[in-house]
Design a protein around this ligand. Structure first.
Ligand code: UD1
Ligand code: UDP
Length: 383
């Protein structure tokens, strides 16, 4: 029998991190022919991950432009992926999460009547404008997909509530934990001298990231001003902020935070140093999706710079707190964590509601089961 042809499509840093271990697993699987297509919605930030995991795309649409709009990405991905699908004719396309590459890649596959498998399916914030446009991207992809790989039982329930057939959903855990476990090492040495010089024992290292579209403008100004106030008040804090390559964010960050001595604005880090930096941090401030899954696994308290989250599991477990985008509230919450050891300890519990490092194995198992290459259904991930 011919091999099952599985074409994976992704375009941004977080998709690449979370799909890299899956592509590796597909490549190792005898019965599968793996084809990798990147849209390069991101360029440098994508290439860093491809290099780290030694992945060579078979197709690269190279669409990134500075200042691109969501419509620019949509048009280029739709047309570009269509042509590749006509050439490759895969049995199934795999997409990840909630970016515009994800939604439009699935739409292109649907137009060619190619099956879609959605990795990291079923997360919902309940607000179509937050995260924006990701909540809608994820919902639309859910309705285009034929197979759904839901990280958690809660994600599974969200899909069932929307009328997705239970037999099409597999609860697998999140592949981000598979990736994280491959790169975090004890006694890791950074290439960046600043990161090696920092005294992680006597200083309180606060790692932050901030990039979401719904935070552009006033919310992001509030967040940056809050961090300046925190850095001024707490001289034992060192803030490390690897700034996203989006020029809007870089300019604002430089303008508001550039002068403070204990705030370090650095270039985006490769995944390996970044994950190891998280593991050495005292506290994390972020509006990222993926970091909300990684920090709990590393036992780091995390304050989420958003008004809602589609990842409630670690909030329920107490290691994540959604603090919003108002300056005073952010300062207060950080103050509490810095001043109260008991409050800090309550939040610094290592939990792993999102995965056990075996999500990719389950996804490949589900593909084999669905396409009748195996009679065995993969076991359900339980936290
Ligand atoms: C995108 C995704 C978002 C995801 C985020 C992860 C959409 C609409 N947004 O947002 O869901 O959380 O990626 O980071 O799909 N840039 C570079 N080099 C890079 C990457 C970005 O220069 O390697 C700059 C470019 O000027 C680009 C801009 O950043 O135009 C914005 O990139 P874009 O992919 O449009 O949006 P993100 O905010 O990164
Ligand atoms: N990350 C990284 N280098 C950095 C900042 C983040 O490798 O300088 C990783 C982080 O560990 C996580 C992912 O990138 O796995 C998150 O990406 P991002 O914040 O861009 O997107 P989101 O998760 O919000 O979709």
């Amino acid at each position: 029998m011919d091999k099952l042809k599985v074409m994976t499509i992704f375009g941004t840093r977080p998709e690449a991190i979370k799909m890299a271990p899956l592509v590796k697993k597909l490549q190792e699987t005898e019965e599968i022919q793996s084809v990798l297509c990147v849209t390069a919605q991101h360029r440098e930030m994508l290439d860093m991950v491809l290099d780290l995991f030694e992945l060579k795309p078979d197709y690269d649409l190279n669409i990134m432009q500075h200042g691109q709009t969501i419509s620019d990405i949509t048009v280029k991905v739709l047309k570009g992926v269509e042509e590749i699908l006509q050439e490759v004719k895969p049995d199934i396309v795999l997409v990840h999460g909630d970016t515009t590459t994800t939604f439009v890649g699935s739409l292109a596959a649907f137009y060619q009547q190619v099956a879609v498998g959605h990795v990291e399916a079923g997360l919902r914030s309940g607000n179509i404008y937050s995260p924006y446009p990701e909540e809608m991207n994820r919902r639309l992809t859910g309705h285009l997909a034929n197979l759904h790989f839901a990280p958690t039982e809660g994600n599974y329930k969200n899909l069932v509530k929307e009328g997705i057939g239970e037999e099409k959903i597999f609860v697998t855990g999140n592949t981000v934990i598979d990736a994280l476990l491959q790169v975090v090492k004890e006694d890791y040495l950074f290439d960046n001298p600043l990161l090696n010089q920092i005294d992680y024992v006597n200083k309180k290292v606060l790692v932050m990231t901030c990039h979401r579209r719904e935070n552009w403008g006033e919310p992001m100004e509030n967040i940056f001003k809050a961090v300046v106030e925190i850095a001024e008040k707490h001289k034992d804090v060192e803030v490390i902020f690897p700034v996203h390559l989006n020029p809007n964010i870089r300019n604002l960050a430089k303008q508001i935070m550039g002068e403070a001595g204990n705030i370090h604005l650095i270039e985006p880090l490769d995944y390996e140093p970044f994950a190891n930096l998280l593991s050495k941090a005292h506290l994390i401030l972020t509006d990222s999706g993926g970091i909300q899954e990684e920090a709990p696994a590393l036992g780091k308290p995390i304050l989420v710079l958003r008004t809602e989250t589609e990842r409630p599991e670690a909030v329920e477990a107490g290691t994540v707190k959604v603090v919003g985008v108002e300056k005073q509230k952010i300062v207060e919450e950080v103050d509490k964590l810095l001043k109260s050891p008991s409050h800090y300890l309550e939040m610094a519990t290592a939990i792993n509601p999102y995965g056990d490092g075996r999500a990719c194995e389950r996804i490949v198992g589900a593909l084999k089961y669905h396409f009748k290459l195996s009679k065995e259904k993969p076991e359900v991930f339980k936290r």
